[in-house]
Design a protein around this ligand. Structure first.
Ligand SMILES: C[S@@+](CC[C@H](N)C(=O)[O-])C[C@H]1O[C@@H](n2cnc3c(N)ncnc32)[C@H](O)[C@@H]1O
Length: 233
């Protein structure tokens, strides 16, 4: 949440070919756990609990950062389950690989370096996809592309788990401040609250579970969404 995303607000979708790596997150990867707001992890844990990866499932985390959630997901799906992670940053990949080695989970978790706007997976491959404090890094035009990719790789009964800063209407004072900081210092404050539920609905998802909390006055949503056609949606 503290470095600039490779696809900035200024660039158009046409201009922005997926970058090969994320230098800012590469740099941050070594101390990301120390600088990311300590409060953030509790939202991520709550989001994972809501998604509830189950034994034997095949699951994906997009933007896995330093890999804490991948470890939890691997333990939840067990030896016969499969966990995949994709992140743009080679540095994050390195840190996460070390974490998986230490946890003895290298066999069970497959890491990819790649871009969420073009997931290197077959359609209908995953039971669940998880994304925490990552969707709100993408510029507005790229978010539908990322969500369309999530929808493509999920099975028809699959679940998308999201943890995200939320933009409400009207905006609260904290949201205004956050948005101001994002627009004024985009290289430092690379994320911003986004209208998560409308974005999900426009992308063909329906929210099936939703919890909300707040991070220094900015609402944070923990959501499970399914294809709109799913009976539980
Ligand atoms: C704010 S961090 C969140 C990390 C982790 N999910 C968490 O909650 O701590 C965002 C992560 O998304 C990754 N990322 C940024 N742009 C990406 C992209 N286009 N595709 C895939 N991952 C990306 C970054 O490298 C970083 O690891």
């Amino acid at each position: 949440m503290y470095a600039v995303i490779m696809e900035s607000e200024e660039s158009s979708p046409e201009q922005s070919e997926p970058p090969d790596s994320s230098p800012s997150y590469d740099f941050l990867s070594r101390f990301y756990d120390n600088i990311s707001a300590p409060g953030e992890k509790r939202f991520t844990r709550a989001g994972l609990a809501l998604l509830a990866p189950a034994r034997n499932e095949t699951v994906l985390e997009i933007g896995f950062g330093t890999g804490h959630s991948l470890v939890s997901m691997a333990r939840a799906v067990g030896e016969n389950g499969r966990v995949y992670g994709i992140d743009l940053s080679k540095g994050m990949l390195r840190v996460t690989q070390n974490r998986l080695n230490a946890a003895g989970l290298t066999e069970q978790v497959v890491l990819e370096q790649g871009n969420a706007t073009k997931l290197p997976f077959e359609p209908s491959f995953f039971d669940a996809v998880f994304m925490s404090f990552t969707l709100e890094l993408f510029r507005a035009q790229a978010i539908p592309r990322v969500l369309a990719e999530c929808r493509r790789v999920l099975k028809p009964d699959g679940r998308l788990g999201l943890v995200s800063l939320v933009e409400t209407n009207p905006l609260t004072m904290s949201q205004r401040l956050y948005l101001w900081a994002h627009h004024t210092f985009p290289r430092v404050v690379d994320c911003r609250p986004i209208p998560v539920v409308p974005l999900l609905e426009e992308a063909g998802f329906a929210v099936s579970r939703h919890e909300q909390d707040s991070l220094k006055g900015v609402p944070v949503s923990m959501i499970v969404a399914r294809h709109q056609s799913h009976p539980e949606a």
